[in-house]
Each structure stands twice: as structure tokens, then as C-alpha cells.
Write a protein that binds this ligand. Structure first.
Ligand SMILES: NC(=O)c1ccc[n+]([C@@H]2O[C@H](COP(=O)([O-])OP(=O)(O)OC[C@H]3O[C@@H](n4cnc5c(N)ncnc54)[C@H](OP(=O)(O)O)[C@@H]3O)[C@@H](O)[C@H]2O)c1
Length: 320
């Protein structure tokens, strides 16, 4: 099996397995990213919102400066936060992110969420999160997606982001975006795991020529709460069906969950603070899941989404 996906327009090769930077504490980020690259990671998935881009960039540059990798062997992803959707804010924010990362380009720049929030200046608070300083309700901004996408296209045309894409978009929004896009998104990044399989979304999006990246492959692992709309679920990493398949292959439950996405031609970006786990998360090309195993995992579907703005203390039924 190849270890990458080919992106539309540029033909760039995006590694099928990467490393996610969410919840990597800034004080650990430089070492964590450096060690992840040393362990073989070639795709780094970051975001302005993760509040660690300076340190992530230091880790990347340390690995490059020590000759562990060349810049062109890495695939660096970052994301534009919701408060920077107005057309005049896109390029300056992107430039700040490049500067923070200490890089001259990124390989993929994503719109983090299709949620235009009122602008917060970089000087006021960075990263600003969902709220205006001292506010308790979120406030929206009249920033049309078609204008934002045009700015993203300009960044792609400049070559400063080799590819552009979207995250947390649904079919309705993608359908609309494709009616005006000059440059098609290269990638859609969404939450995907056996409790939220989104089969029809994945297949449709792939048919449109976009590649798909799964986030939160371990389901509830990185979310404190196991509840969403009143539903609960046991940790996927300990689920008997996943454990049984893992034992059969002499693999870990984590490797089975990651491999499950690969079987759908979907890339994965697990996050771990433990370098041994990061190494094992990369080791998912030496086995395949059989039809019966895939059918058993298909039955785990619960329609259970963990990354839901509706449960963040403000009302935003994004997925309704
Ligand atoms: N676009 C978006 O809106 C969005 C949203 C969420 C996430 N993401 C991206 O996706 C990445 C991954 O998603 P995620 O952070 O939600 O979580 P994840 O990768 O599904 O799970 C991370 C959790 O799993 C544990 N873990 C990692 N490898 C393991 C292994 N081999 N065995 C057992 N446990 C393991 C980690 O603990 P240890 O650290 O202790 O190993 C951590 O608690 C993020 O970092 C981010 O880059 C994007």
C-alpha cells in the first residue's frame, strides 16, 4: 500500500499518517514535534488555535537544521481560525502563522471551521478562541465564505500554501463552495472514528476529487466528556470488538483504529505525548483488515460526535 494520498491540482503527496498538535502544551511542543519527526513522522497537523505554533515551528526547524529531514520531505498543515474570516484578515493572519512557524511555506492551509466569528485583533488576544475578550456569548461576523475562499485561493496562487482545504464542512456547504471555487479544496478534515463513520460524506467527498483526513481517530480519547446529546460511549481504545481484532493481528487497538481509516483511503493524524506510542501509530502499513472485521467495526456506528460546538457552553448547532 502506498503511504500517501495524491492531492488534486498540485499532485502533491500527503502522507497517510501524521501527527496532530492539538493539546500539545507549548512547553512540550518543541521536543514533542522534534522527537516525532525523529521517530518518522512526516506530516504535522497544527492550527493557529492550538496556541503552540511558535514551539511546533521550533521543533520542525530543529529537525531540519540537524539534517534529520529536509523541508521538502515534511508536509506541514495549519488552519485559519474563525475570527479571521473577513477578507482583509486572511492574508495577515496567514503571514503571522508562517512567521510563528518559522517557515517560508506550508503544504496545506485549511479553514478550521465554517464559522465566521467577530474579529479579534492579534494584539488583543492570540489565539482568541471562540469568544470576544470577556464575552460569554459568541458573536458572528458578516464574512461570506466565497470571499474567504477567494483569499485562500490567492494564498495558494502565491505558493505560500501549496494546497488549500477545509475542515468541519458538510456536504451542503461543499456543494455551494464547488459552484464558485477556482481552486477546489484539496482536503476535507473531519471527525471520523467507528462511533461517527460518516460513510456517505467520505465517499461523496472523495468522488469530488478531495482527499479526506480523519481527526480524533480514537473517538473519546482526547475529550473529557463522553456525552453528546445525552449519549454515552465506552472508550474506543478499550472496546471489545476493536481489542479482539487487534489481538488477532498482534497489533494494538490504536493501530486497528488508525488502519480502519486507511482502509477507506482516509489519512490520520493521531496525537500522542509518548514517542513510543507515536512510533506505533506510524506502524500501520504491515497489516490489513478483512471484510468481516470491517463489517464488525461498521456495526459500532453511534452517530456520536465529540467535537461539537454545541457542547462548548454556547448554542451553535453546527451539524443540524
Ligand atoms: N479540524 C479540527 O477541528 C480538529 C479537531 C480535533 C482534532 N484535530 C486534529 O486531529 C488530531 C488528533 O485528534 P485528537 O487530538 O482529538 O485525538 P486522537 O489522536 O484521536 O487521540 C489522542 C489521545 O489518544 C492517546 N493516544 C495516542 N496514541 C495512542 C496509542 N497508540 N495508544 C493509546 N492511546 C493513544 C493520547 O494520549 P497520549 O498523548 O498520552 O499518548 C491522547 O489522549 C489533533 O491533534 C488535531 O491536530 C482537528
Amino acid at each position: 500500500m502506498t503511504q500517501h494520498l495524491v492531492l488534486n491540482r498540485t499532485g502533491d503527496k500527503m502522507p497517510l499518517v501524521g501527527f496532530g498538535c492539538w493539546k500539545v502544551d507549548p512547553q512540550d511542543a518543541e521536543d514533542t514535534i522534534y522527537n516525532a519527526i525523529k521517530a518518522g513522522v512526516r506530516l504535522i497537523d497544527g492550527a493557529g488555535d492550538y496556541g503552540n505554533e511558535v514551539e511546533v515551528g521550533r521543533g520542525i526547524n530543529k529537525a531540519i537544521n540537524e539534517g534529520i529531514v529536509k523541508r521538502e520531505e515534511l508536509f506541514v498543515v495549519t488552519k485559519l481560525w474563525n475570527t479571521f474570516h473577513s477578507k482583509e484578515n486572511v492574508r495577515p493572519t496567514f503571514e503571522k502563522q508562517l512567521k510563528d512557524l518559522g517557515l517560508s511555506y506550508v503544504d496545506l492551509y485549511l479553514i478550521h471551521f465554517p464559522v465566521p466569528l467577530k474579529h479579534v485583533t492579534i494584539e488583543t488576544a492570540y489565539p482568541p478562541g471562540w469568544y470576544q475578550p470577556a464575552a460569554t456569548e459568541i458573536e458572528f461576523e458578516r464574512a461570506p465564505m466565497h470571499e474567504l475562499w477567494r483569499e485562500m485561493e490567492k494564498i495558494a496562487e502565491s505558493g505560500d500554501a501549496k494546497n488549500i482545504g477545509i475542515s468541519n464542512f458538510n456536504v451542503q456547504l461543499i456543494l455551494d463552495l464547488l459552484t464558485y471555487a477556482n481552486i477546489k479544496p484539496a482536503v476535507l478534515q473531519v471527525e471520523l472514528h467507528p462511533y461517527l463513520q460518516q460513510k456517505r460524506l467520505v465517499e461523496w467527498v472523495q468522488k469530488q476529487g478531495l482527499q479526506v483526513t480523519a481527526y480524533s481517530s480514537f473517538g473519546p480519547a482526547s475529550f473529557v466528556q463522553l456525552t453528546d446529546d445525552g449519549k454515552t460511549a465506552e472508550p474506543l481504545l478499550g472496546h471489545p470488538v476493536i481489542k479482539e481484532i487487534a489481538e488477532k493481528h498482534g497489533k494494538t487497538p490504536a493501530q486497528v483504529l488508525l488502519r480502519w481509516s486507511l482502509e477507506r483511503n482516509v489519512a490520520v493524524i493521531p496525537k500522542s505525548m509518548n514517542v513510543e506510542r507515536t512510533k506505533s501509530n506510524l506502524d500501520i502499513f504491515s497489516f490489513t483488515l478483512g471484510q468481516e472485521e470491517l463489517a464488525a467495526i461498521a456495526k459500532l456506528e453511534l452517530g456520536l460526535r465529540f467535537n461539537n460546538p454545541d457542547s462548548y457552553g454556547f448554542e451553535l448547532p453546527l451539524w443540524s
